[in-house]
Design a protein around this ligand. Structure first.
Ligand code: DCP
Ligand code: CA
Length: 424
């Protein structure tokens, strides 16, 4: 039986393994004849990067927020010392300040710094296996099946990886090892921070049994509320619940819930390959415009077209570029790189609109507008849906699949957002 998680997220379970430097008896051969998947997740990523630069902040409650104008004043990252006061990501900074007035509040606007760490991290992963699937700015899946002859058993490899990240980048991370991605992701979250957790196939039932359903990536609070009406609170209860009833209640997701609670997941690690370097659309306007509203409506339409193409190719991008040609044929391009890859028209629009506001005077006429998304990565939507709705996600994303299906059936111009120009 797994004891209940303590509020600080540390699990005392004897079948999970907290990293224990100097002890070799924890590195037994666990996963013969199975896929071996690692999930690496940096601990309190933005906060740890800031602490690394100011070592006197190590162990202190550190909160990284954004520029209040830009990020609506929410917590982006909280060090584990800050979390003891109840501070968590997404919380308004004012609330965080009330919970812990003596916390150190930093503004984390230097995205380039975090991205630089992110790409250095990726290079370290590739030293262990070519099968690497980054799934956010500070998380990745690594398929290390068959890597034993080079690095030893999975736990040993994971320990080497953690040590390399610590020596090269000076940052803490948590690693989960399991026979599939779903369980590896769960494992990395069980003993944060600085965790190293293995879920062997023969311990899945035991280790999942008493965990709350929301511990599993893909089961959000809304699903949990519906499940609780069925008397299901733990993964053990979900695993043994009749799948037919789940299907009636959740449609095709019912079957996924059943499989997931039983620790079954066949999704492959999709290593990062970039089929196209960027995707974009541009339009010469029927007449030159100065009105910011008209510019915004064209940008929304172009952002929607680009996002739809990204979704069709199942890729997402992080660098969003606005192109503008003025009536005197002078071209201007402005780019912004966001922390998480996106395929959301509203995220793309938000960025291009902001860039356009900085590049239009209301007097100079604009002749052409273009929207481009680059730094593309492949990946599974499933794991990205765990991101909260912040500047990286938009609630309207929930209707994208429906709108895409309408366009598939009736053509690109069949449906558009209110306020979007007709540019198809
Ligand atoms: N992030 C953000 N806004 C959010 C959530 C996250 O800007 N609402 C940024 C800051 C985080 C980074 O993304 O440091 C990684 O997000 P995680 O969800 O992995 O959270 P942390 O790494 O901060 O903490 P944990 O140790 O729980 O993984
Ligand atoms: Ca993290």
């Amino acid at each position: 039986m797994i004891p209940k998680l303590r509020s600080d997220g540390i699990n005392d379970c004897p079948t999970t393994l907290q990293i224990n430097r100097g002890r070799s008896d924890t590195f037994a051969e666990p996963l013969k004849g199975e896929r071996v998947i690692l999930h690496v997740d940096m601990d309190a990523f933005f906060a740890s990067v800031e602490q690394r630069e100011r070592p006197w902040l190590l162990g202190k409650p550190v909160v990284v927020g954004g520029d209040p104008g830009k990020r609506r004043g929410v917590v982006a990252a909280a060090s584990y010392a800050a979390r003891k006061y109840g501070i968590k990501a997404g919380m308004p900074l004012v609330t965080a300040k009330k919970l812990c007035p003596h916390a150190i509040f930093l503004i984390g606007t230097d995205r380039d710094k975090y991205e630089d760490v992110s790409s250095r991290l990726l290079k370290i992963f590739y030293q262990f296996t070519p099968q690497v699937e980054p799934c956010s700015v500070d998380e990745a899946f690594l398929d290390i099946t068959g890597c034993e002859s080079l690095f030893g058993p999975p736990l040993q490899l994971a320990k080497k990886l953690k040590e390399k990240i610590e020596t090269k980048l000076g940052l803490p991370c948590s690693v989960g090892i399991a026979p599939n991605k779903l369980l590896a992701k769960l494992a990395s979250s069980l003993n944060k921070p600085d965790g190293l957790t293995l879920i062997p196939r023969d311990k899945v039932k035991e280790m999942l049994n008493s965990l709350e359903v929301t511990r599993l990536c893909g089961i959000g609070n809304k699903a949990a509320r519906t499940l609780s009406t069925l008397g299901i609170h733990t993964l053990g209860e979900l695993a043994s619940y009749p799948v037919e009833v789940l299907k009636r209640k959740f449609g095709k997701n019912g079957e996924w819930l059943h499989l997931a609670a039983n620790g079954i997941d066949f999704s492959p690690v999709i290593s990062q390959t970039v089929p196209e370097k960027s995707m974009g659309h541009e339009r010469t306007l029927p007449e030159d415009v100065t009105d910011p509203k008209q510019i915004a409506s064209v940008l929304l339409a172009l952002s929607t077209m680009v996002a739809r193409r990204l979704r069709q190719r199942r890729v997402r991008g992080r660098t969003i570029t606005l192109k503008m040609r003025y009536s005197d044929f002078v071209n201007l391009t402005r780019s912004e790189t966001i922390a998480f890859p996106t395929d959301s028209e509203h995220v793309i629009f938000k960025v291009t609109h902001k860039l356009a506001l900085g590049a239009t005077s209301g007097i100079r006429k604009v002749r052409l507008l273009g929207v481009n998304v680059s730094r593309l990565t492949e990946g599974e939507k499933f794991f990205q849906t765990s991101l909260p709705f912040t500047e990286y996600r938009d609630k309207r994303e929930m209707v994208y699949p429906v709108m895409d299906r309408i366009r598939d059936r009736f053509g690109e111009g069949a449906i558009k957002w209110a306020g979007a120009a007709s540019v198809v």
